[in-house]
Write a protein that binds this ligand. Sequence first.
Ligand SMILES: [Zn+2]
Length: 463
Amino acid sequence: MLKIYNTLSAKKETFYPINQKQIGIYVCGMTVYDYCHIGHARILVMFDVIVRHLRRNFPSVKYVRNITDIDDKIINRSIENKEPIQTITERFIKAMHEDEKSLYVLAPDVEPRATDSIDQILYIIESLMKKNIAYQGNNGDIYYSVRNFENYGKLSKKKLDELKAGNRVNIDTNKKDPLDFTLWKIAKPNEPSWESPWGAGRPGWHIECSAMSTYHLGNNFDIHGGGIDLVFPHNENEIAQSEGANSCSFANNWIHVGFVNINDEKMSKSLNNFHTIRDVLKKYDGQTIRYFIISSHYRSPLNFSYDNLDKAKSSLRRLYTAIRGLDASESSMNEISMRFDYATNFNKALNDDFNTPIALSILFDIAKKINSQREKDIQQAQALSKLMKKLGSYLGILTTDADVFLKQGCDISAQEIDKKIKLRNAAKAKNDFSLSDKIRDELLQFKIILEDKSDGTTSWRIK
Ligand SMILES: [Zn+2]
């Protein structure tokens, strides 16, 4: 039984799909005006792990993650850069897809763009207008009237009157209530716009997600996800719009991924401490970044620092070191899997609100067992190695050949190392141990560790 912490009920609940045959999940995607940063990486990776788990446990999953390709930020960037909007959005969509691949994130089934969803957006706004939940302000913009939706605040647990008291935003005379939000913005000269019954304009951000999610998954669907910063107002407004227009429940389960801190400080514009995924990829490989992200539970804050990435790197290397040089047939793996409860416990961890730290700890249990069995029972070690790789692949790690992974990122070529190993073997054969030790130390300078085996061969790995 899968249990998920649902932001809507504020507790961990058993997950009951609306339709056993197909699970629907929608995740708020990127606004494409810049490169994705490490906070985006966490969203991409965590929902990838969640969707992989759902796919293993249900016959079919439809994963929708949108692209916001029209927005004030994009328009401003276009003015700053003197570049057409579409050139900017296409560039950053391409970059996002590259980043995703580098982090071993599988593409969603559908990736709708706001600019392709204008008809669906207008359809919802028209329903809201008919029901008197939306109105046109003096400036021509269409607003959502929060007072006319009874359940406003149910996701964020905010009360309208408390919100109003805390709202110090300057009074906008076009709105009936300062908390009302824009559904349709009338275009200023030279701004991109689409025709609508209320004049040429563009959608507000919140309405895009209401339109794209329900169009692809139906008015009531299983899971809606995003970053914790989106709970209010974005996701709250999505509920208000969709439930207001369709008079039925919107998403049943809300999953929110926690904040990423940078060196224990909040990620913010004023601190200018954003790290783009591609900058981090210059120093660490994608699997290490991925390991770092899943080593914390998705709802806990994640502290990004190069120290923590170094720790992730050495942990992942430990797992790879355990499976290096081991391979086995499927049948022996199944036998091992039954004999120990590794696979069962691994699945149990992920079924408990996607507890990736516990799932990783099971991989370390297997590594320990492999290391203890390697010399005693090679077949068992091989079978365990295969099982570990399989479970790792469920998290999107341990998918590279162990030898290739352990040898990447060193300053000396593999041929050069092999040459030195041959020289050292020759020295050893002549009992010239001072030369053989010298070569070992030389390689250690490059962080290359030599491992002498009982059969006389020597392999190497990076420290
Ligand atoms: Zn959204």
